[in-house]
Design a protein around this ligand. Structure first.
Ligand SMILES: Cc1cc2nc3c(=O)[nH]c(=O)nc-3n(C[C@H](O)[C@H](O)[C@H](O)COP(=O)(O)OP(=O)(O)OC[C@H]3O[C@@H](n4cnc5c(N)ncnc54)[C@H](O)[C@@H]3O)c2cc1C
Length: 439
């Protein structure tokens, strides 16, 4: 490929890259914006391998705003603009033991104060609406696993699922319609570093010059010179940034999903169609009281997707493999880590095995598990969403664009007119509330 010049190059066409590219082009129509992606299409990285659930039931006020306004935008796209992005408000049902519920009290009060809609359900209501749920844990196995009785449920209503491939397509189509360009099957090998005020001397930048990122080098040759480079490479941010001396601030961890088919089992089918939680006539996304194990009903494929985000003993990866197929789901993990808890609370899953399973990567910002958007000379970086990039994708794209136009201390206007100080997500004067309800 020959060299080219653009105003902005965006690296990575996952949800964060396409949303950033969309707002960059939409709000700066005179600028040339090029989106570069290693895979053959957008959303083929971790965006396409996730659960694509969304919630505003966060304990962190920052997360409430970032996710809440993104969800409002996704609802707007689907209900007002008439573009199907698969949004379905099935709700999140957090099941809790007595102690957990008491500890959650202060968070629930804060959610109420901040307008995060939720409803508390007692054990008798849970038993009535979910007769298959074993609220009482008296078995020897439950005692060994220290499972608590399921005493309470908290149902978040502005929570649900969406179709990530449709959401990515919405942003990508909008971006190209506005005149943005895309280059698939192009891998960025590294960033170009130059002098802000170049003297045209070989070997620049020297230590006495102000250095700046001046674009990207592509694998196989070719350079894209850009006034601004936006890196949205997700779990691979370190691989793109670290060699240029910019800290990528991300560590990846493998995450797995196991799909159990409900079609041939009438009990599972009835459970899938549990009433009384949402307007969709399906069970909500259920989080069991132990180890964050979750069960997601997927009505159209007649499956339940089951998983959990294990912590200790699951290695961090600073430079993950480029081929996600290297990360395989472990059947053993389903059998030994998920199944015993799953079947203690939901005995109807006894004897059920996953029909398919897959894995992807979370990109953690290990500082506080909150996303970041930061700027260096000629560079803007977004990532570290720590497993919730889809549900915060719209806000983060708007913040990237705001940083581009007005700098790291800009006031970004999120959907619905809410203003968010971009510097809260930077590292120079970071100011975010940690999240307590991590999934
Ligand atoms: C199992 C699992 C469950 C999840 N569940 C949820 C959920 O319920 N809700 C939620 O909000 N989030 C969830 N997530 C997290 C969510 O998928 C991520 O937060 C989101 O996809 C991050 O988007 P991204 O654009 O940063 O990353 P990605 O989608 O991975 O995109 C990064 C892109 O950059 C490209 N790239 C990287 N390096 C280069 C390079 N050198 N040159 C060119 N291109 C490059 C990659 O090919 C990739 O397409 C889940 C993730 C997993 C794995």
């Amino acid at each position: 490929m020959t060299d080219m010049d653009v105003d902005v190059v965006v690296v990575g066409a996952g949800v964060l890259g396409v949303s950033s590219a969309y707002y960059l082009k939409k709000n700066n129509p005179a600028k040339s914006v090029l989106l570069v992606e290693r895979y053959g299409d957008a959303g083929q990285g971790n965006t396409g391998r996730g659960n694509a659930m969304f919630r505003d039931t966060f304990t962190s006020a920052d997360n409430q705003i970032l996710a809440g306004s993104s969800i409002d935008f996704y609802l707007h796209v689907q209900n007002r603009l008439g573009v199907d992005v698969g949004v379905d408000l099935i709700g999140y049902l957090w099941l809790m033991g007595e102690k957990q519920f008491r500890a959650a009290g202060k968070h629930l009060n804060k959610m109420s104060r901040n307008g995060v809609r939720h409803r508390v359900m007692g054990a008798s209501e849970l038993r009535r609406k979910l007769p298959e749920l074993a609220t009482s844990q008296r078995s020897e196995e439950s005692r060994l696993m220290q499972l608590e009785d399921c005493a309470w449920g908290v149902l978040g209503s502005k929570c649900g699922r969406l179709a990530p491939e449709k959401l990515v397509r919405f942003y990508l189509d909008g971006f190209t319609r506005a005149g943005g360009s895309v280059r698939f099957n192009s891998s960025v090998e590294g960033l170009m570093v130059g002098a802000r005020r170049s003297l045209g001397i070989d070997g620049e930048p020297f230590a006495w010059q102000d250095a700046s990122i001046t674009g990207v080098k592509l694998a196989g040759g070719g350079r894209i010179r850009a006034e601004t480079t936006v890196v949205a490479a997700g779990a691979w941010n370190n691989s793109v940034l670290d060699p240029a001396g910019v800290d990528g601030h991300v560590k990846a961890k493998k995450r797995q999903l196991f799909a159990v088919r409900a079609r041939s089992d009438s009990r599972l089918q009835n459970f899938m169609l549990s009433e009384g939680f949402n307007g969709s006539g399906v069970a909500p996304f259920i989080i069991l009281p132990h180890a964050g194990i979750f069960v997601k009903p997927v009505k159209e494929s007649g499956e339940f997707w089951i998983g959990c985000d294990d912590d200790l003993n699951r290695p961090f990866l600073s430079y993950p493999a480029t081929d996600l197929e290297e990360y395989r789901a472990e059947e053993d993990f389903y059998d030994k880590s998920l199944y015993p808890v799953l079947t203690s609370y939901l005995p109807l899953f006894r004897g059920k095995r996953p029909d398919r399973m897959w894995a992807g990567l979370y990109g953690y910002n290990t500082l506080d598990n909150m996303p970041y958007v930061f700027a260096e000379e000629g560079l803007i970086v977004v990532g570290g969403d720590s497993g919730s990039g889809v549900m915060k994708g719209d806000s983060l794209g708007r913040i990237v664009e705001s940083v581009y136009r007005q700098g790291e201390r800009s006031e970004a206007e999120l959907f619905g007119g809410r203003v968010y100080l971009s510097s809260k997500l930077g590292f120079a004067s970071r100011d975010v509330e940690r999240e307590e309800w991590v999934l």
